[in-house]
Design a protein around this ligand. Structure first.
Ligand SMILES: Nc1ncnc2c1ncn2[C@@H]1O[C@H](COP(=O)(O)OP(=O)(O)OP(=O)(O)O)[C@@H](O)[C@H]1O
Ligand SMILES: [Mg+2]
Length: 241
């Protein structure tokens, strides 16, 4: 089998003296959607922040496309092909949708290609075309999430990490975003998704990694884990059978 595009090996990280992640292993293949689930405070966002270079790990490795990115800067990590859609979307609210999209391409110099990619984003997310001149901060939650994902894609990543895809969004919007993400993964994009709604996560992803107080407790195909008693009880609020 081919090597995974992203391999996180025995990764430990935290904030100052507080260790949050303990020997975490995660891998994502090209075209694969992997979801990361776990309770509030388990360390999901911390893992994404460590992969994207916002936090330096204390031990372990992050390897992407055969390159060791463990101690790379956030900029080098974007350049290597990893984009991060952060929790809370973090758009530049006073700037227009178009300017937010262009900011996603800030490390690129291929102006014509950037313009083409903006048009591609408008095709994928037609509502963003309508809102191109609107201040991003004035849009609805769903529109802002689309803008945040499109901004991430503007970096032309090979791995897109999305923290809390569905939080606060209407079911129809979540369904639409899920279809779009499935479509772009079919084109070869790897996706690492943090999702608090485990049912949505399991429908979308083929593999799940469960994090429990900073440690991976379960990894496996979502098709199997859907029926896992402990997951059904702890994360889906469902009885075990
Ligand atoms: N900047 C920070 N400084 C100190 N501790 C932090 C910081 N950010 C997060 N933590 C702590 O790290 C732990 C993991 O937080 P993290 O945000 O990674 O959890 P999470 O799994 O994403 O939770 P949620 O589902 O609520 O988003 C928590 O105990 C949190 O309080
Ligand atoms: Mg989080």
């Amino acid at each position: 089998m081919n090597k995974p595009l992203l391999t996180v090996e025995q990764l430990s990280a935290g904030y100052g003296d507080i260790q949050v992640l303990w020997d975490v292993d995660v891998s994502v293949n090209s075209g694969e959607i992997v979801c990361l689930v776990g309770s509030n405070g388990a360390g999901k966002s911390t893992l994404l922040k460590t992969i994207s270079g916002l936090i330096q790990p204390s031990s372990g490795r992050v390897v992407f496309d055969d390159k060791d990115l463990t101690h790379a800067t956030a900029k080098e990590i974007v350049q290597a092909g990893i984009a991060h859609v952060p929790e809370g979307r973090r758009l530049f609210g006073p700037l227009t949708v178009l300017d937010n999209l262009l900011l996603g391409a800030y490390l690129r110099t291929d102006q014509n290609e950037i313009r083409r990619d903006v048009e591609r984003m408008y095709e994928i997310f037609p509502i963003l075309a309508k809102r191109r001149k609107q201040q991003a901060g004035t849009m609805s939650g769903g529109e802002q999430q689309m803008c945040a994902i499109a901004r991430g894609l503007m970096a032309r990543p090979r791995l897109l990490m999305i923290d809390e895809l569905s939080l606060g969004l209407a079911p129809q919007v979540v369904e639409m975003l899920s279809d779009i993400i499935t479509g772009i993964a079919k084109d070869g994009l790897a996706v690492l998704l943090v999702e608090q709604d485990v049912m949505t996560a399991f429908d979308l992803a083929s593999k799940a990694v469960v994090i429990d107080t900073g440690k991976v407790s379960i990894t496996g195909p979502t098709a199997d884990l859907k029926y896992d008693t402990s997951i059904r009880e702890a994360y889906m609020g469902l009885p075990s059978s």
